[in-house]
Ligand binder design. Structure first.
Ligand code: ATP
Length: 215
């Protein structure tokens, strides 16, 4: 058991089984007391493609998706803010809530590689442990930015017991590969193709009802 809180942030546009099963498996493997999904607020940056769904829709879908997993809850703190949040700020506000209990920030390998571009990213290690999760299609051996490779070398541990207190460790957790992305889901919906099995039924029905991602 780990008395800590796991956190999976994301745009969740939409939430899918890649997010949900990964978070649920990490929660089970580490025996986490809590696991919170934190949908990003508006606006968030997307390099190309259609307009993002609003934070109201993304929050609603996250709640529907989490409803299938008893271990998962949704934390609306970023989605309810008028401005975008930085992860370092979110973790600071969570830290005030949980006191000295550990925070474990779950990151897929694609997101982990972008860490050096995040605001005050080095401060994250003072606030939380990082749980690094492989993602299908992301090369686990791809070169990381040198400062991130250094941080990984200095902070990595294979001992999950070290995640039960403190902060600043990086731990790799193996999970069942889920080759699903939100980008692919949006492409399929736009092309009027089925997305059955990629996200919970309630999420798919929400997308249909609100006509999301159709153009
Ligand atoms: P998009 O395709 O719009 O970029 P996404 O599917 O990558 O979206 P995000 O909301 O950006 O979803 O991801 C949130 C977090 O979940 C990130 O840390 C990401 O690496 C992780 N993640 C998303 N999909 C998977 C997956 N299939 N397997 C493992 N981790 C995942």
């Amino acid at each position: 058991m780990n008395p800590g809180t796991g956190i999976l942030g994301g745009t969740f546009d939409p939430i899918h089984y890649g997010h949900l099963r990964m978070a649920d498996e990490v929660g089970a493997a580490l025996g986490l007391a809590q696991l919170r999904l934190i949908p990003a607020g508006n606006p968030y940056h997307r390099a190309a493609g259609a307009q993002p769904a609003s934070s109201t829709h993304r929050l609603a879908m996250a709640r529907l998706g989490a409803g299938e997993f008893s271990r998962l809850t949704v934390d609306p703190r970023e989605a309810l803010r008028a401005a975008p949040s930085y992860t370092v700020e979110t973790l600071t506000s969570l830290r005030e809530e949980v006191g000295s209990a550990p925070l474990l920030l779950l990151l897929g390998a694609d997101t982990f590689a972008t860490l050096p571009t995040w605001k005050r990213w080095q401060e994250l290690f003072g606030l939380a442990h990082i749980v690094l999760v492989a993602r299908p299609g992301v090369d686990a051996d791809a070169a990381l930015a040198p400062e991130l490779a250094d941080a990984l070398a200095a902070r990595r541990t294979g001992d999950p017991g070290l995640l039960s207190g403190g902060a600043g460790r990086i731990y790799r957790q193996a999970v069942t590969p889920q080759p699903i992305s939100a980008t692919r889901i949006r492409e399929l919906v736009r092309a009027r193709q089925p997305i059955t099995g990629m996200a919970p039924r309630a999420v798919i029905e929400y997308i249909e009802f609100h006509d999301l991602y159709r153009n």
